[in-house]
Design a protein around this ligand. Sequence first.
Ligand code: IMP
Length: 199
Amino acid sequence: MKILIATTNIGKIKEFQEILNQKKIFEIFTLNDLKINEDVEETGNTFEENAQIKATFYNQLSRMPTISEDSGLAIDSLNGEPGIYSARYGGVNLSDNDRVELVLKKMSKIPIEERSARFISVICGVGFGSNTLFSRGELEGSISSSKQGSNGFGYDPIFSPIGDNATLATKEIDEKNKISHRRKSIEIFLNKLIKDKIV
Ligand code: IMP
């Protein structure tokens, strides 16, 4: 089955490809492959709403079954921030590294036992049968007091999974993909496709 992974985030694309290629069910296309340059504003108030906005928009443009993901980091001591604003936290002109520094600064006085956080991944599929499909995966962990590692993307250098002293950015992609929020949401999504006899 040919599907579109509707994101331009290179880190996400790599992880989707690594996880989905193991299943050998899909021929994966990206927005770049289809030369789609249009952008859509994420005006929703939840991960689900934003994922659906993106999946619907790019399914209409591509006419291909489309998977879109809205994901982010929710930090308890910052009242769930950056949440749905993870990709644009602190302003659209900041780099991933600037955002990591911003979080470390905001949390500089927060003690170790109050640094709990989770990554959230919500997938929306449009064009797989007549229903819009959703799945959600979460990874519990905590925010470290300094950056560690250079793999991955986004907030990986300051996020350690629960029971692990090392951040996600110290792990190889296949190690991260065994436990990640994205892995969980993809597995749940695939199980829905199998249950509904779509694949
Ligand atoms: P969006 O889903 O494209 O709106 O962006 C999600 C943002 O959340 C990314 O740009 C990252 O900043 C952050 N994020 C989501 N998943 C991860 C992850 O696996 N590692 C690190 N940061 C992530």
